[in-house]
Design a protein around this ligand. Structure first.
Ligand SMILES: [Zn+2]
Length: 286
């Protein structure tokens, strides 16, 4: 998975550093991230010295224009807190954040996706949701604080279950309805307030395909910053009838596939694809 290469090397302890030469700056706005394409069409992220002058021309909505976010494999990453603007003559341009998977280095891809999560949180935490006052950054930890009512706003992570529903040598693969992403995936859904992860798994399977499950067991989790989520992977077994009743507002298809005819490869990035692969190999947890 994406984080495996970087795991153990991410230092996300909050500090109030200033950027210097060699640091990477994540410039994000709207639904775009600033990247350059090299001769092989791979995406690269800008260094501080490449955007320093340009970024300085624009106003920013934090008390500092560059906010240190983390260190990954000894490279420091900053978020540009700018409000507007396009790079001038530089090789850099904004591209949809969905292109982050094309970043050649998985480490950089993981950093960009995690940075995107923080960007969205900072962007959406500028005002206190309780009283409407402009917030300020806490001096000791990554937290926005309301100077008026004391409200403390911490980065928010949404838990989403990734569900491998199996029946002997068969696994259920599905496709989303109404999305650009048209490859086969696993059933999935967000945890609701008041329910356990296991209850969420059972509910989502019933809602999306109308089936009962048993033997729900945890596999792994994965930070998925591009959507602000943590993906939590579970395997479960079909209980009883296997006839699918599709929720067509969520899914365009949901079908059973045997281990030897699974039409999906592991991309080395997502938990979903790793779970499909280990089932194909017969290595799923029992
Ligand atoms: Zn407040």
């Amino acid at each position: 998975m994406l984080q495996d290469l970087a795991f153990g090397h991410l230092d996300n302890h909050y500090e109030d550093h200033a950027p210097k030469k060699g640091d990477i700056v994540l410039c994000m706005q709207g639904n775009g991230i600033m990247v350059a394409r090299d001769r092989l069409d791979a995406l690269t992220l800008p260094l501080y010295e490449q955007v320093q002058e340009w970024c300085g021309d624009w106003t920013h909505w934090d008390d500092q224009p560059f906010r240190y976010i983390f260190t990954l494999q000894e490279v420091r990453y900053f978020l540009w807190m700018g409000q507007a603007g396009q790079p001038g003559d530089s090789a850099f341009a904004y591209e949809p954040a969905a292109t982050l998977r094309q970043v050649v280095s998985k480490t950089v891809c993981f950093a960009a996706m995690t940075g995107w999560h923080l960007f969205c949180w900072y962007r959406d935490s500028r005002f206190c949701g309780r009283c409407g006052t402009a917030t300020v950054h806490d001096s000791k930890e990554r937290m926005m604080r309301c100077p008026e009512c004391g409200n403390m706003i911490f980065p928010r992570i949404n838990p989403a279950m990734i569900i491998a529903l199996t029946d002997g040598d068969r696994i259920m693969l599905s496709k989303y309805a109404g999305r650009n992403y048209t490859r086969y995936g696993l059933l999935a859904g967000f945890q609701e307030i008041g329910e356990t992860c296991e209850e969420c798994v059972a509910r989502e399977v019933m809602e999306e395909v109308g089936l009962k499950v048993k033997n729900i067991r945890y596999y792994k989790s994965q930070p998925w910053g591009i959507a602000g989520n943590v993906s939590i992977g579970y395997f479960c077994d079909l209980e009883g009838d296997d006839k699918v009743t599709l929720d067509e507002t969520e899914l365009s298809s949901a079908e059973w596939f045997c281990r030897d005819s699974i039409p999906a490869e592991d991309d080395g990035i997502s938990l979903t694809r790793e779970m499909i692969r280990i089932f194909r190999e017969g290595n799923e947890p029992t």
